[in-house]
Design a protein around this ligand. Structure first.
Ligand SMILES: C[S@@+](CC[C@H](N)C(=O)[O-])C[C@H]1O[C@@H](n2cnc3c(N)ncnc32)[C@H](O)[C@@H]1O
Length: 254
C-alpha cells in the first residue's frame, strides 16, 4: 500500500527558508503592535500560524502566552524549533489542527492574529463575523488580508478559481470590518518590494527543489504548477494584488 500524498508538500517546499509566509518584511508586525496596550496578561491566538514567526514576534513584543493553530505538521515542527530561546519554556502551545477542529476556549484571548489565513474561517467575511468569539473584553484582532489594488482581470479570477467579489478593494474591506462592528485602529499595506520578495522567493524555492529532485514522482506536477503560478503572477497578480494588516478592536469596546 502506498502512503497517502502529503497535501501540504507543495506549500511546505515553496516556503522553504522563509519565516513569514506572506508579503511582509520582518518588522511589519511590530509597526502595528509596538505600543499596543492589551488587557493583562496578554494571551495571543494565531489562527493559521504557519512557522509561528508572527506569534513569536507578538510574544516578544507583548509578553504573555500564545497558542498557534495550523494543520501543517512541517510548519509546526519549524515553529517549535524557532520558539526555543525566544520565549520562556511553556509560553507557547502549538496545536496541529484546522481551526474548525481545534478546541479553543472562547473569550480567552486578548489578541487574535490571522495573517494570510482567513480561509481558516471560510473567508474574510466569515473571519470578520466570527473572530471576536475567542476574544475577551478589550481584545484586538489583527487580520492579514488580500485585496485588489485595481479591478482584477476576469481571466486572473478564473485562474485563481475565485468568484467576482473575491478580491474587493481595501476601502471596501475596511467598510466591511466596520459594518461587522469592529473598530478599525490601524491599516498597514504591504509594499511592492515586499510582494516581489515573497512571490519571487516562493517560485525560486520550488525551482531549487525541482533542480535537486528530478526523479521525484510529484516533480512534473509541481513544475507545471509553479510555472503557471509565476506566469499568472507576472501577467496579472503583481499589478492587482494588495495585502494589508488590519488591527481592530472588538465591537463591545467603547
Ligand atoms: C499563507 S500561510 C500564513 C502563515 C502565517 N500566518 C504567516 O503569516 O507566516 C497560511 C497558513 O494557514 C494554514 N491553514 C490552512 N487552512 C487552515 C485551517 N483550516 N485552520 C488553520 N490554519 C489553516 C496553512 O497551513 C498555512 O500555514
Amino acid at each position: 500500500m502506498t502512503a497517502p500524498a502529503d497535501p501540504f508538500r507543495f506549500t511546505t517546499l515553496a516556503h522553504a527558508g522563509r519565516a513569514i509566509l506572506g508579503p511582509l518584511s520582518p518588522g511589519a508586525l511590530g509597526e502595528l503592535l509596538g505600543g499596543l496596550s492589551l488587557p493583562a496578561p496578554p494571551a495571543v491566538l494565531d489562527v493559521g500560524c504557519g512557522k509561528g514567526e508572527l506569534l513569536l514576534q507578538a510574544l516578544e513584543l507583548l509578553g504573555g502566552t500564545g497558542v498557534g493553530v495550523d494543520p501543517n505538521p512541517a510548519f509546526l515542527a519549524e515553529a517549535a524549533a524557532r520558539a526555543r530561546g525566544r520565549v520562556p519554556e511553556g509560553a507557547v502551545t502549538w496545536v496541529q489542527a484546522r481551526l474548525d477542529e481545534a478546541r479553543l476556549p472562547e473569550g480567552a484571548f486578548s489578541l487574535l492574529l490571522c495573517v494570510g489565513a482567513t480561509h481558516a474561517f471560510g473567508g474574510t467575511a466569515e473571519a470578520l463575523a466570527g473572530a471576536h468569539r475567542w476574544l475577551g473584553p478589550g481584545g484586538r484582532a489583527l487580520l492579514g488580508v488580500g485585496y485588489a489594488r485595481r479591478p482584477p482581470d476576469p481571466a486572473y479570477l478564473a485562474f485563481l478559481g475565485a468568484g467576482p467579489g473575491a478580491l474587493p478593494p481595501l476601502p471596501d474591506l475596511v467598510a466591511q470590518a466596520r459594518n461587522a462592528g469592529w473598530r478599525v485602529e490601524a491599516v498597514r499595506e504591504s509594499s511592492l518590494a515586499e510582494w516581489d520578495d515573497y512571490e519571487e522567493g516562493y517560485a525560486a524555492a520550488v525551482e531549487r527543489w525541482l533542480a535537486a529532485s528530478p526523479g521525484d514522482p510529484e516533480a512534473p506536477a509541481f513544475a507545471a504548477r509553479i510555472a503557471a503560478w509565476r506566469d499568472a503572477h507576472r501577467r496579472w497578480g503583481r499589478e492587482t494584488l494588495g495585502f494589508a494588516l488590519v488591527l481592530m478592536g472588538i465591537p463591545e469596546d467603547p
